[in-house]
Design a protein around this ligand. Structure first.
Ligand code: PHE
Ligand code: NA
Length: 449
């Protein structure tokens, strides 16, 4: 039988798929969000729940998304519909893909604002404006940035244009190169920062904050945040990985590839935490400072370190690239869908979507200044979107994918496509997506009500 190909192209090799999917996974979720939510939720016990979620729920669902995409070779909605029909079930399963597209738009709108902060910090660091800052000064500088909608708008606009530019170019051009060089560099710099953290007198405190489990500090809301973050950080539950899976070559093994991606993503998050918390504790800062945590702690560290102006600039550049390769994957499912279903040109589809997310982003950046009075369920627009996407939409999408992969798709299809070496491992996977993952996430949802 001739191999089915996606009309949008395909990755040159398994290695390129790993790069692209790692590019999607590793982003602001690891370096910005993971440390700040760990700080807000008390540390160790939260980290443990997060790690369990990655292993028990995230990895199996990622296998599900990749195989669904690769088998159907189409954008998520069409892939779900086709596979449902082939398996003798209802086309309505495609609805999961709609929710995913909406989640992608909503995530992009705040993601791009944070990426904008990163862009600003590239310049602040490079200009020397952050040299030798104290923690108070770093806090003031960050708050001044948030209070200035014009500057925020400029960076948010620039970032949106950068993302739209790459998505217009398509799945191979641009993305591949960005990931191949920048990801390894980001790793190296994270370790430099980790080394700096080790040299501070806050290292022991940082380490025990992250790894000493104190379950009395854990609330059900914190557990939900950990569950939600395991989806967010692996780019699951909204179709990004499914779309990327549809460009994956047939020969590549899904199981080991997914394990590699999950491992890298987790490693980056943990090292980022181990770099940031020692700085927090050695400077007497508050680990629960919220979304600004990275932006008030790193400048202090770079400001004190030898060569900090150089390393700091490079570091913010690399975080910007990581955010860029992730944001691309937020738009890809919808763009692929518009091209397939509505017959738009790739460029028009991307630009139209770009305008929508750009407009939504303005509401998010306004949350810190001209719209700070506007609240939904007691949260400003920025926090609200961050919360409902990661903690409700992605886990819900993820459970639906698990149920779909376990119950709806014919097992002959999944076992052929995933093609694990061991039959027992496959059985285990089926059991997890049928029962463990949906029940675990469902229980956490219910306990939060
Ligand atoms: N995984 C990305 C990060 O950790 C964010 C993301 C979420 C990207 C969902 C795509 C889809 O930064
Ligand atoms: Na991530």
């Amino acid at each position: 039988m001739q191999e089915k190909k996606s009309i949008h192209g395909s990755w040159a090799s398994r290695w390129v798929f790993i790069l692209a999917a790692t590019g999607s996974a590793v982003g602001l979720g690891n370096i910005w969000k993971f440390p700040y939510i760990t700080g807000e939720n008390g540390g160790g016990a939260f980290v443990l729940v997060y790690l369990l979620c990655i292993a028990l729920v995230g990895i199996p669902i990622m296998i599900g998304e990749v195989f669904i995409g690769r088998r159907a070779r189409q954008s998520p909605i069409n892939a779900l519909q086709d596979l449902a029909e082939e398996s003798g079930s209802s086309k309505h399963w495609g609805a999961i893909g709609f929710m995913g597209m909406l989640a992608g738009v909503l995530i992009f709108s705040f993601y791009s604002v944070v990426a904008g902060w990163v862009l600003q910090y590239i310049f602040s660091t490079a200009s020397g404006a952050l040299n030798g800052v104290s923690s108070e000064q770093a806090g003031t500088l960050f708050n001044e940035l948030l209070a200035d909608p014009t500057t925020l708008l400029m960076w948010h606009t620039l970032f949106t244009i950068m993302v739209v530019g790459v998505v217009i170019g398509g799945v191979n051009a641009g993305l591949e190169r960005a990931t191949r060089i920048m990801m390894p560099a980001l790793f190296v710099l994270l370790f430099v920062l980790f080394g700096y953290g080790m040299s501070t007198d806050g290292f022991a405190a940082g380490w025990s904050f992250m790894f000493d489990f104190d379950f009395s500090k854990l609330t059900w809301d914190a557990v939900l945040v950990a569950v939600g973050h395991s989806f967010f950080t692996l780019s699951l539950g909204m179709g990004s990985i499914m779309a990327y899976g549809s460009y994956m070559p047939k020969r590549a093994s899904i199981g080991s590839t997914v394990l590699a991606i999950g491992f890298l993503d987790t490693l980056v998050a943990l090292v980022a935490g181990l770099a940031i918390f020692p700085i927090i504790f050695s400077n007497g800062m508050d680990p629960a400072a919220g979304p600004g945590l990275m932006f008030i702690s790193l400048p202090v560290a770079f400001g004190q370190m030898a060569g900090g102006q150089f390393f700091g600039t490079l570091f913010f550049i690399l975080i910007g690239v990581a955010a860029w390769t992730s944001a691309i994957s937020l738009l890809e499912p919808t763009v692929a869908y518009l091209v397939e279903r509505v017959g738009m040109k790739r460029s028009s589809a991307t630009i139209s979507l770009g305008v929508v997310v750009w407009g939504m982003g303005i509401l998010c950046l306004g949350s810190f200044n001209f719209m700070s009075d506007v609240t939904l369920f007691g949260k400003n627009v920025f926090d609200f979107l961050d919360y409902i996407t990661a903690n409700i939409m992605l886990p819900l999408g993820g459970i639906m994918v698990a149920l779909f992969a376990g119950w709806v798709v014919k097992q002959k299809f999944s076992s052929d496509e995933i093609n694990l070496k061991s039959e027992a491992l496959f059985k285990l996977w089926v059991f997890v997506v049928k029962f463990i993952a949906p029940v675990a996430v469902g229980v956490v949802f219910i306990l939060n009500l």
